[in-house]
Design a protein around this ligand. Structure first.
Ligand code: ME8
Length: 528
């Protein structure tokens, strides 16, 4: 049974540096899904935000000669501008330095502590004395060198609080078993079980004393809460969990009628799929319905990495090529759930082939023909006059069904392909019906009218299905077809022939063709 409401989230990103195309990818895909649900008439609450604490941010701020708060305030401004530019429709933006969040994290710690799920122990790791920082095995590598200053590190211990993961392992495994759709793609679940759970999970360290930019533990303020308990709690603190105003929490978390969906990258699956359900179980709260893990974007066969300087800056990319082109590329070119790459050549090819030559051109040709043959007025629907009409209608109706089925299951890339099938079929329909020939034959005027009506209806449906992706171009297509009012409601696409009688307004081409040698903006200096 499909649930009635949706709560959908992205990870909250670190404002340790500017966001890159990978962050834009996750937020855009989440936005597409949220827009789709709203288009279908569901209530949907969409959350994103910033994860502002931790040693790295403390250090980057010091290096920039700023307080951590000043430092994150400036970077988070950039998050807001990027989301605005990408037309992201989030309902809220949580910052982990906000009071509404800090208080909840402290309460969560107290609850777990009083329940006996947290204990004080010793954290052992690689310590760099000049940098006053602990590092993990991977960070120090085989040479045991501090990743920050390059000096040798030593094994050291500090007092820390731990969460008893062992207490919740059985519950987690049962939860996986009872909820086969919880973690997708399926391979991620196997990875969690085989790589982390089966070899034996260590208790999770949830506090530090070696830096201070974090949420102090009320019971022992020389400790700050260590990143993941702080960060994951955002999903409930943003809804007002445990506050005087829990209305959103009741509506979008406690209520089983609401489907809770977290979208995240493969790099942070472990925290979301193992620790987060455990924390929720410890708090006696319901777990999310779905966690959808997207792949990571590579740059020409190597992972985009800040140190390699091959990180693409999404801001100028959108400014130059438009929000719709970037949203479409991200959703269509990279199969959701698999790793992908950003390639300038593919970007140009994809936008030119799908948007300029297929979608934009279809609209342009259709509006021009309606102008020319019917004095700007779309002929009304008169049924299926030819086999071509019948076939086009069948494609449109099948595509709607397919698209909904796929998007309901968060298969965004495949759903877009289904919507584009209408566009391809309609272009072929023009070649088959040859309206320019019909126009010359006085006996074929009825057929010509039917062709124009069918084209307008097909474009209308495709524009509606693509609206969550092409947030601007779909509206422009509606405007060129003279479609407004009730016809902007999604349900009307179920009645092929709903369009007819409108006056078209020829406009600029929706997507100008991109030059083959586009410039891709890299983030060279992420600290500025
Ligand atoms: O991990 N390709 O924040 P973060 C695709 N604060 N997506 C990418 C990517 C890439 N190359 N690089 C990053 C954190 N992402 C924590 C999260 S949530 C409670 C706390 C996306 O700034 C992807 O969604 O490192 C990944 O999971 C996320 O950004 C990590 O962002």
């Amino acid at each position: 049974m499909e649930k009635k409401r949706f709560y959908i989230t992205t990870p909250i990103y670190y404002p340790s540096a500017k966001l890159h195309i990978g962050h834009a990818y996750c937020t855009t895909l989440t936005d597409i899904f949220a827009c789709y649900k709203r288009l279908r008439g569901f209530e949907c609450y969409f959350l994103t935000g910033a994860d502002e604490h931790g040693m790295k941010i403390e250090k980057n701020a010091a290096a920039a000669g700023k307080t951590p708060q000043q430092f994150v305030d400036e970077i988070v401004e950039g998050f807001h501008s990027l989301w605005k530019l990408l037309e992201i429709s989030n309902d809220d933006f949580i910052r982990t330095t906000q009071e509404r969040h800090v208080k909840v994290v402290q309460d969560v710690f107290t609850k777990m502590y009083n329940k006996g799920d947290i204990y004080l122990g010793k954290y052992k790791g690689w310590y760099c004395t000049p940098c006053e920082s602990f590092w993990t095995d991977t960070q120090v590598g085989a040479e045991h060198i501090c990743p920050d200053c390059g000096r040798p590190v030593q094994v050291a211990e500090e007092e820390a609080y731990f969460f008893k993961t062992s207490k919740y392992v059985d519950d987690l495994l049962k939860f996986y078993e009872d909820n086969s759709k919880f973690l997708t793609p399926e391979s991620r679940k196997n990875e969690m079980i085989n790589t982390f759970i089966k070899p034996g999970l260590d208790d999770l360290c949830i506090s530090r004393t070696s830096f201070s930019w974090g949420i102090p533990i009320r019971e022992n303020p020389k400790h700050v809460i260590y990143v993941w308990l702080d960060a994951l709690t955002n999903y409930i603190s943003a809804l007002g969990y445990g506050s005087d105003n829990p209305e959103l929490f009741n509506k979008y978390w406690s209520d089983e009628e609401c489907e809770i969906i977290h979208i995240l990258g493969a790099d942070i699956t472990r925290f979301h799929a193992i620790y987060w359900p455990m924390f929720l179980e410890s708090l006696g709260l319901r777990k999310p319905d779905r966690e959808l893990v997207h792949g990571l974007l590579m740059m020409k066969d190597s992972k985009m990495s800040k140190s390699k300087g091959n990180v693409i800056d999404p801001y100028p990319l959108v400014e130059r090529y438009g929000v719709d082109a970037v949203r479409y590329y991200l959703a269509r070119e990279i199969t959701f759930g698999q790793d992908g790459s950003f390639s300038p050549e593919q970007f140009v090819e994809r936008i030119n082939a799908d948007l300029a030559n297929s979608f934009g051109n279809l609209l342009n040709r259709t509006v021009s023909m309606i102008n020319k043959y019917f004095q700007c007025v779309i002929p009304t629907y008169q049924g299926q006059i030819t086999a071509f009409d019948k076939d086009l209608e069948a494609t449109v109706n099948a595509s709607i069904k397919n698209y909904e089925y796929l998007l309901d299951d968060l298969k965004i890339t495949e759903a877009i392909t289904s919507a584009m099938d209408i566009v391809y079929r309609a272009n072929k329909y023009i070649d088959e019906t040859m309206p320019w020939a019909l126009a010359k034959d006085p006996d074929k005027q009825n057929e010509l009218a039917s062709v124009m009506n069918h084209l307008a209806n097909a474009i209308y449906t495709a524009s509606m299905l693509l609206k969550p992706v092409l947030v601007k171009a779909s509206d422009k297509a509606f405007a060129q077809l003279g479609i407004d009012g009730d016809l902007l409601n999604y349900e009307n696409i179920y009645h092929f022939g709903a369009i007819g009688g409108q006056t078209v307004n020829k406009g600029e081409p929706l997507f100008p063709r991109l030059d083959a040698n586009i410039e891709v903006p890299f983030i060279q200096d992420l600290m500025k």
